[in-house]
Structure formats: structure tokens, C-alpha cells
Design a binder for this molecule. Structure first.
Ligand code: GLU
Length: 437
């Protein structure tokens, strides 16, 4: 590469499936490299498999790339470039390096040891190839991956190819094709694979899902991007939280780790929770609202002000937006049931104490968190109870759950009528199901 040339990299997905986390990370590294070097980032859609490529996948791939916070400078579709591949195949036939048999065109590898200086893995030497010839244009006229990839990487003047390690075995074949065509060979950086925590291949159960599924589960784009980056790269100094725009200033492809990265769902959940916490209140409420609307979760008459209050109750407690649907449901619906793990609490009939609390609460003029807490503590003290002994049943009464947001904040949000009705509901439950103590 001449020093005056702009670096050019590409992400080359095949739209035969949704964008998965491995692909997304390859895309991120390409994007960061291009933006860091003020180079060009090309999105090349490798849709040569006309039967398996689908518009739905293509749309999702582009949407996910943008959602994660990336952009691209140019987009190409291999399906629109078949004439080019045919021309180059013809050149190989004319020079005796390829031949036609049964309507398919075969390339004959002229094998010599191939060596690359991979920017991540260092020197890699290839001493043999599994085959000595390979189809480059299939019977139906479509090019095979290695061939169209080489033609396009050459014509689009790729200076560096950043892609998954699973493509290392293709690299010597591609280099021999560049040489046969007299084209410049780009540099390579093969990114390590993402493994499951147990060390094996990622499975769907352990996070190998598409970006759109993560989005549907309520992960934030920035958290996913940050986490994927951190899988094989480190901003240094034990730093973990870094936005894409911060990362692009310091990203160096050479600093990407060689070893496979282990995907940890717990770590991703933690990171997502951190991003939720650091989102500004207004933006967070909008995120929640959007998410809930997308899931058709909210009762029709939910007021914006009420939704905001509930959303803020949970801001510091979510690891993903879908948690909200489970944890905050009681704030929107009265038909909640008591969770299984509250059994022990439900078995102890405290209707007498809770009745006293209801009576005191009903007389409160200002049903806010300060007043309810004061009254609550007073009732507990008068009854000779530890506050905690009353907190547990009251929490279960209000939410059906053993854990939840701050009890008095939650009471203020729910309001007096609801709080009293729910306390009464538990008293009724006790009276029907347990004997008084
Ligand atoms: N379409 C290939 C893939 O999705 C691209 C490989 C490459 O980057 O060369 O794996």
C-alpha cells in the first residue's frame, strides 16, 4: 500500500441468515479500523447463493449494523457483479490457469508455499492445499465464494481483510488466485472465534443468537457493541466500559488477541445493566416506553407520567429491558400471583399486623414515601416487630414477589388505594388459607 492510499476494509456478510454476534464483532473491528485510520468502510453483500439469500436477512443485517452504531461508505451486491466474475474466469481460461468441464469452470492451483504475515496472528505458513483444483464458476453461472471474494477484494482495492479465523483455510487458495490473475494481495487480520464459556462452540442456548434477538430481549446497542469489542480487545488499564466513538480513537487491529474469546452471558448482562444505569433518565424512559410498546405490554390507559415513575423505580435494577416486563408487571396489572419462593412468607398469617398497618395507612394525608415509611416503622415498633418482618409480607402483598424496588418508593408510585387493596388481598388470602397466629 502506498502511504498516500486510503486504507480500505470491508465487512462481507452473506444474507443467508441474520447477523450473529460473531459477524457483528467482525463488522465492528472493520468499522473501528476504518474510522480510526480515516479509511473507507465497504459493506459487501455476498449474495451469490441466490437460493439461500433472502431480502429479510439482508434488511436485518443492515438494520443491525446501523442499530449497533456503525455506518458504511459504500455498499455492493455480488449478485449484480456476475458479468465481472465471468470476465475474470475467462481471463484465467485464456491464460490456461482454468478450464471448463461440464459447464463449470475449474481453477487449477499452481501450488507453492504460501506465507502471510497476519496482523493479529503473525506469520502463518501454508504447506499444502486440500485440493489442486476448484470450481470457480458453477454450472448455474454463480461464482464460488473464494473466487468472487478475490475479484472483489482486488477490484475494491482492499488494503486489509479483517475476518473470522474460520476463513484462514481459504486464505492460501485466495492468494494463489490473486497471483494467477496478477492482482495485488491484501494484508490479513484473522479475528479469533468466540467460544462458549465451557470452551466449546457457541450454542443458541449460550448466546449464539442474532443481534435482533438480543435487541428483542432488551439489550442496548451500545452494551452489545462494547461487550463484543471487549471479547478480544482491551482499551487498556482494566477499562471495561467504552463507547464505540471512544474506542475508534484508540483502536489498533494489532492489539486484538490471538486466543479465542469466551462469551459470558453474565458479563454481558452486567454490562447491559451498567449501560441502562448510565442512560439519562429521559432517554431511559423513552427506551422503556418503546420497548414495552413493541411488546404490546402496556394496558391501554397507562398514563405517561405513571409509566415514567414506574420506569424510574427500576432503572438501577435491570440487566435487560425484558426484566422490566417480569419485575414491574405488578405496577400495571392487578392479577399477579404470589411467586413460588414466597411460600414461607405466605404461610405465616400476619393479618392482625397488616390490618393495623392498613388502618394507619388509610388515615395518611400524604401517601408519599417519607410518610409511609414513618408510619410503617412506627407500626412495626408498636407491635414489637423488626421492620424487616413486616417488609417481607408487605412486599409480597404489593407485588407477589420476594424482591423488588424500594418498598416505600413503590408504595408512592402505586398510590394509597392500590396499596390498601393489595394489603387486603393478602389478608383475605391468609384468612382463607392459614390459621391466625
Ligand atoms: N461471506 C463470507 C462470510 O460471511 C465472507 C468471508 C470474508 O470476509 O472473506 O463468512
Amino acid at each position: 500500500m502506498k502511504s498516500s492510499d486510503k486504507p480500505i476494509v470491508r465487512f462481507a456478510p452473506s444474507p443467508t441468515g441474520y447477523l450473529h454476534i460473531g459477524g457483528a464483532r467482525t463488522c465492528l473491528f472493520n468499522w473501528l479500523y476504518a474510522r480510526h485510520t480515516q479509511g473507507k468502510f465497504i459493506l459487501r453483500i455476498e449474495d451469490t447463493d441466490l437460493a439461500r439469500s433472502k431480502q429479510e436477512y439482508l434488511d436485518e443485517i443492515i438494520e443491525s449494523i446501523k442499530w449497533l452504531g456503525m455506518d458504511f461508505d459504500e455498499i455492493y451486491y455480488q449478485s449484480k457483479r456476475f458479468d465481472l466474475y465471468h470476465d475474470y474466469a475467462q481471463k484465467l481460461i485464456d491464460s490456461g490457469k482454468a478450464y471448463k468441464k461440464d459447464d463449470a469452470i475449474f481453477f487449477k492451483y499452481d501450488f507453492a508455499n504460501v506465507e502471510i504475515d497476519d496482523l493479529i496472528r503473525g506469520k502463518i505458513v501454508f504447506n499444502e492445499l486440500p485440493k489442486d483444483e476448484e470450481v470457480i464458476i458453477k454450472k448455474d453461472g454463480t461464482p464460488t465464494y473464494n473466487f468472487s471474494c478475490v475479484i472483489d477484494d482486488a477490484l475494491m482495492k482492499m488494503s486489509l481483510v479483517i475476518r473470522g479465523e474460520d476463513h484462514i483455510s481459504n486464505t492460501p487458495k485466495q492468494i494463489l488466485m490473486y497471483k494467477a490473475l496478477g492482482l495485488n494481495v491484501p494484508q490479513y487480520a484473522h479475528v479469533p472465534l468466540i467460544m462458549s464459556e465451557e470452551g466449546g462452540r457457541m450454542s443458541k442456548r449460550y448466546g449464539a443468537t442474532s443481534i435482533r434477538e438480543y435487541k428483542q430481549e432488551g439489550y442496548l446497542a451500545q452494551a452489545i457493541a462494547n461487550y463484543l469489542l471487549l471479547l478480544s480487545w482491551s482499551p487498556g488499564g482494566n477499562r471495561e466500559i467504552i463507547t464505540l466513538s471512544e474506542a475508534k480513537d484508540i483502536f489498533e487491529i494489532k492489539k486484538v488477541n490471538k486466543t479465542a474469546a469466551a462469551f459470558s452471558m453474565d458479563k454481558l448482562n452486567w454490562m447491559n445493566g451498567e449501560y441502562i444505569k448510565k442512560t439519562g433518565a429521559q432517554e431511559y424512559v423513552a427506551l422503556i416506553e418503546d420497548y414495552l410498546k413493541g411488546k404490546n405490554f402496556l394496558p391501554e390507559n397507562t398514563g405517561a407520567e405513571y409509566l415514567k415513575k414506574v420506569a424510574l423505580l427500576f432503572k438501577e435494577r435491570l440487566s435487560k429491558l425484558s426484566d422490566f416486563i417480569i419485575r414491574a408487571r405488578f405496577c400495571f396489572y392487578d392479577d399477579y400471583t404470589y411467586d413460588d419462593d414466597t411460600k414461607e412468607i405466605l404461610e405465616r398469617n400476619m393479618s392482625k399486623e397488616v390490618n393495623i398497618l392498613m388502618d394507619k395507612f388509610s388515615k395518611l394525608a400524604n401517601f408519599n414515601k417519607e410518610e409511609t415509611e414513618k408510619e410503617f416503622r412506627q407500626v412495626a415498633a408498636d407491635l414489637g416487630l423488626k421492620a424487616r418482618d413486616l417488609v417481607h409480607p408487605v412486599r409480597v402483598a404489593l407485588s407477589g414477589k420476594k424482591v423488588g424496588p424500594g418498598l416505600f418508593e413503590a408504595m408512592e408510585v402505586l398510590g394509597k388505594d392500590k396499596v390498601i387493596a393489595r394489603l387486603k388481598r393478602l389478608v383475605d388470602y391468609w384468612n382463607a388459607n392459614t390459621s391466625k397466629q
